[in-house]
Design a protein around this ligand. Structure first.
Ligand SMILES: [Zn+2]
Length: 241
């Protein structure tokens, strides 16, 4: 597809985006096989607290016996090929050491709905993804998970100390974290680690407050939004709020 065709498609996309029916049509068009218009599987019956307990148990398993984390993907694949009903949504860092399916106990296909960006930044595409997981797929729990020694957070801390022009679009990622870095500057403890926590907290708050879709689901008691910090050294996830 040439660039012009891509622009035309985008214009058509935007002109259709105003109504729920049109939005459903776009999903039907199939942005990917994993984003089917309606899950063929029944929605999960897990409530948010049960989903959270399941994640905690999975992480315990990952820490205590990581050799048990090999998921039986061959058996799992056919069961979810026709639809998905994930029971938790995780927004975390793109860092190669932070794959949520492994960290939460070797989860197989179709269990977690995952969005990953450097520094677990929630731009509009990420918020839309999370809304889809919660509203459309019925995922009852949203976890925003940062991690120690996060490169994106380190860059935001450096930016507060000494601003510089970053190449390409990296600056937009870093700038999204800078408010958390400014808020934590000068506080006791490790600057970067403090910002990891604060950035995850602010991102969770942003999703719960500023997304009308998530906000309503939270208000109705159907969805919970929590934030967490993953420790690269111990493998443990601490749920912070
Ligand atoms: Zn990171």
């Amino acid at each position: 597809m040439c660039l012009q065709c891509a622009r035309m498609e985008r214009r058509n996309f935007l002109s259709l985006a105003g109504t729920a029916a049109a939005a459903a049509g776009l999903w039907t068009a199939g942005l990917s096989a994993g984003l089917a218009p309606r899950p063929a599987l029944a929605r999960t019956t897990l409530a948010a607290d049960a989903a959270l307990a399941q994640l905690k148990a999975g992480n315990e398993k990952f820490v205590a016996a990581p050799q048990l984390c090999a998921a039986s993907l061959a058996n799992n694949r056919a069961a979810v090929a026709s639809g998905q009903s994930p029971w938790a949504t995780v927004l975390t860092c793109s860092d190669s050491r932070v794959p949520p399916e492994l960290i939460f106990g070797g989860l197989g296909l179709g269990q977690l709905f995952v969005a990953r960006t450097a520094g677990n930044v929630a731009d509009p595409a990420v918020v839309g993804t999370i809304e889809y997981g919660a509203e459309h797929l019925g995922s009852p729990l949203i976890v925003v998970m940062g991690h120690n020694r996060c490169g994106a957070v380190q860059a935001a801390c450096a930016e507060v100390d000494k601003p510089e022009k970053l190449p390409g679009s990296i600056g937009s990622v870093v700038q999204a974290i800078v408010p958390a870095a400014r808020a934590e500057k000068g506080k006791p403890g490790d600057f970067v680690d403090n910002v990891v926590r604060e950035n995850a907290r602010r991102t969770a708050e942003h999703i719960a407050r500023d997304s009308p879709v998530v906000h309503e689901l939270v208000h109705e008691g159907k969805v919970k939004v929590v934030y967490a910090r993953y420790d690269l050294d111990s493998g443990r996830v601490a749920f912070l709020g």
